[in-house]
Ligand binder design. Structure first.
Ligand SMILES: NC(=O)C1=CN([C@@H]2O[C@H](COP(=O)(O)OP(=O)(O)OC[C@H]3O[C@@H](n4cnc5c(N)ncnc54)[C@H](O)[C@@H]3O)[C@@H](O)[C@H]2O)C=CC1
Ligand SMILES: CC(C)CC(=O)C(=O)O
Ligand SMILES: [Mg+2]
Length: 360
C-alpha cells in the first residue's frame, strides 16, 4: 500500500538540504519498490509569508494524514522581530510537534570514523563515539503555562516561563529511553537539575521507579551542568542519555560537535505509535543560506531514520547510511567538515555523490 511522505522544506537552508534528501528518497523508492508518494507544504517563515501564520491549517492536516514527515528547518532574521510571538516560524515547528504528540525525540550522535579529524575535539576523545540523546519534545519549559512578559506593579517588565512535567509525561519518555538503552549497551544516564528544580526532583523519582522494570539497564543521574562538561571531556562514557526538552535541545547541539559538525546530526520525533517527523538537529543557518554551503547529510540521515522507524524500510535506510559513509571515504566534504587534503563540495554536489553511491 502506498505511503505518503510530507516534505516541509521550511526556511533558510531548509529547501536546499531537503532537496538533496528528496533525491535520495526518490531513488531508494524506485530501488526498493517502496511505493512512497511525496507531498510538500509550507511551515515556518515561508508559511508566514504565504498564509500569515507559521502553521497553516492545511499543513497541519497534511501532517496528520501523512505516514511520515521530513522537515528541513525553520526561522530566520526576517521574522525575528515580529512583535506577535505567536507569528514566529519556530511556533510552526512546535505546533506540529505538540499537535501530533511527537514527544519522543531521538538524537543519535555517531562519529563517522572518517570525520575523527573534523571534530574540534581530539580524535582519541571522540573516535568510536556512538551515543543517543533521548529528549522529551512536547513538554517542559518550551510549552509550560503560564508564560509571557508582564509588567510588575512598580512598572518594571518581567518575562516568565513555566517548567512543568507531570509524572505521565516523564514516565513515557523514560520508557522510550530505557527501551533504547536495553537495545544498545544497557546504560542510561538521566540528566536533570534536581539540586535546584522540583520538577526534576520528580523526574529523577520517576526514572528510579521505572528502573525497577529494567533491571538489565544501569541507570545513573547527572546534573545538566556537569553533563555538558562531561560531554566534551569524555563523551564515550555515555550510551543513552534522557532529559527534558530544553536540556536536550542544548546538550544535543553540544553532542553534534563531537561528530564533526551539527550538519551531521539527524533526528526522529516519534509519537506513541511510532509515527514520526524527521529533521536535522540544526536550524535554518541563515548565515550560509542560499550559498550552496550547507551540509545535507544530517537531513539525508534523517530520511534514513524515517525509512527505518516509520516506513518499514530498514534495508533502504541501511543502504543510505552506507552511501553516506562511502562519500566520506571518497574524501568529499562540505565546508563545515572540511579538513586538509579533502575535497570541498557544495550542498548539491554532496547530494550528487550520495545518489551516485546509491546507484553503485
Ligand atoms: N529545527 C529547527 O527548525 C531549528 C530552527 N532554528 C532556527 O534557526 C535559525 C538560526 O539559528 P542558529 O542559532 O543560528 O542555529 P543553526 O543551527 O541554524 O546554525 C548554527 C551554526 O551552525 C551552522 N550550520 C547549521 N546547520 C548547518 C549545516 N547543515 N551545514 C553547515 N553548517 C550548518 C550555521 O551556519 C551556523 O553557523 C533561528 O531562527 C532558529 O530559531 C534553530 C534550531 C532548530
Ligand atoms: C523550536 C526549535 C527552534 C527548537 C530547537 O532548537 C530544536 O528542536 O533543536
Ligand atoms: Mg536546537
Amino acid at each position: 500500500m502506498a505511503k505518503n511522505v510530507l516534505i516541509l522544506p521550511g526556511d533558510g537552508i531548509g529547501p536546499e538540504i531537503v532537496a538533496q534528501a528528496k533525491r535520495v528518497l526518490t531513488l531508494v523508492n524506485d530501488q526498493f519498490s517502496l511505493d512512497l508518494t511525496f507531498n510538500e507544504a509550507l511551515v515556518g517563515g515561508a508559511a508566514i509569508d504565504n498564509d500569515g501564520v507559521p502553521l497553516p491549517e492545511a499543513t497541519l492536516e497534511a501532517a496528520k494524514a501523512a505516514d511520515a514527515i521530513l522537515l528541513g528547518a525553520v526561522g530566520g532574521p526576517k521574522w525575528d522581530t515580529n512583535p506577535d510571538f505567536q507569528i514566529r516560524p519556530e511556533k510552526g515547528l512546535l505546533g506540529i510537534r505538540s499537535n501530533l504528540g511527537l514527544f519522543g525525540n531521538l538524537r543519535p550522535a555517531i562519529l563517522y570514523p572518517q570525520l575523527a579529524h573534523a571534530s574540534t575535539l581530539k580524535p582519541e576523545v571522540v573516535s568510536g563515539l556512538d551515543i543517543l540523546i533521548v529528549r522529551e519534545l512536547t513538554g517542559g519549559i518550551y510549552f509550560g503555562q503560564p508564560r509571557g512578559v508582564r509588567e510588575k506593579e512598580c512598572g518594571i517588565r518581567e518575562g516568565y516561563n513555566t517548567y512543568v512535567y507531570d509524572e505521565n509525561e516523564i514516565r513515557r519518555i523514560g520508557r522510550v529511553a530505557f527501551e533504547a538503552a536495553r537495545a544498545r549497551n544497557k546504560k542510561l544516564c538521566s540528566v536533570d537539575k534536581a539540586n535546584v528544580l522540583e520538577v526534576t526532583v520528580l523526574w529523577r523519582e520517576i526514572m528510579e521507579e521505572l528502573a525497577k522494570d529494567y533491571p538489565d539497564v544501569e541507570l545513573s543521574h547527572m546534573y545538566v551542568d556537569n553533563a555538558a562538561m562531561q560531554l566534551v571531556r569524555a563523551p564515550k562514557q555515555f550510551d543513552v542519555m534522557v532529559t527534558g526538552n530544553m536540556f536536550g535541545d542544548i546538550l544535543s547541539d553540544a553532542a553534534a560537535m563531537l561528530t564533526g559538525s551539527i550538519g551531521m546530526l539527524p533526528s526522529a520525533s516519534l509519537d506513541v505509535d511510532g509515527k514520526g517527523m524527521y529533521e536535522p538537529c540544526h536550524g535554518s543557518a541563515p548565515d550560509i543560506a542560499g550559498q550552496g554551503k550547507a551540509n545535507p547529510l544530517a537531513t539525508i540521515l534523517s530520511a534514513a531514520m524515517m525509512l527505518r522507524y516509520s516506513l518499514d524500510a530498514g534495508e533502504a535506510a541501511d543502504k543510505i547510511e552506507a552511501a553516506v559513509s562511502q562519500v566520506l571515504d571518497q574524501n568529499l566534504r562540505t565546508a563545515d567538515i572540511m579538513s586538509e587534503g579533502m575535497q570541498e563540495v557544495s550542498t548539491s554536489e554532496m547530494g550528487d555523490a550520495v545518489v551516485a553511491a546509491l546507484k553503485g
